[in-house]
Design a protein around this ligand. Sequence first.
Ligand code: NDP
Length: 244
Amino acid sequence: MQFNFSGLRALVTGAGKGIGRDTVKALHASGARVVAVSRTHADLVSLSGECPGVEPVCVDLGDWEATGQALGSVGPVDLLVNNAAVALRQPFLEVTKDFFDRSINVNLRSVMQVSQIVARGMIDRGVPGSIVNISSMLALIPFPNLTSYCCSKGAMTMLTKAMALELGPHKIRVNTVNPTLVMTDMGKGVSADPEFVRKLKERHPLRKFAEVEDVVNSILFLLSDRSASTSGSGIFVDAGYLVT
Ligand code: NDP
């Protein structure tokens, strides 16, 4: 499916690596102007080299004050992809305050903060918008050693619905994309046990995990007018996992 985002400005968080990086590239190739927000400066430098014109913003989204400062004057944004997250592994009985707080702050609180900044701008300008929150199939099912992460994604489901409810009258749509495992840096780090990963893949009806491209395609669909009547909802890119 071809998308044309000419004339629109998009903001993507977690743009330095993985799904966020490929989302920036796809939006850039489809004509959007893109603000790329991430934490590692070198990633943003190389991304700007690959996609001339991309506007880099280097900030730790887990830091409320720094984020407010970095994005306070970001300017007009029509499309938002809240993608940045951390998957910090700890068995439930060993979950620390630090890891739990960090997971919630980056994966959930920053989604609310960045969305507030962007949605206020859309409402002030009187323009429609689309926001896509990158969740996970782990919003619905637990996974070993990822309690904090699963909680952040579970809560993102309700945050997405709450945003859809209140922003809908302003013609701002809000949805999630919920992938299964994707072999990015994050995906490779979720289990150190290759046998566990092999068995997990076999439990997917399609006998595979998701590719980055599959996730990006669903993001672009939800950002675009092709999904004009979809809000408060989600696309599961889970190779059928949740049917079992
Ligand atoms: P990666 O770890 O590959 O990339 C995450 C990106 O987000 C990095 O560029 C990272 O920057 C950035 N980021 C992380 N924390 C912050 C922060 N505090 N401030 C600013 N930027 C930050 O992850 P994926 O591409 O795999 O994941 C993208 C999204 O997809 C996430 O929301 C994830 O939960 C979701 N997802 C991923 C799955 C997977 O298996 N990979 C499965 C299901 C959902 P840096 O490296 O500099 O910290």
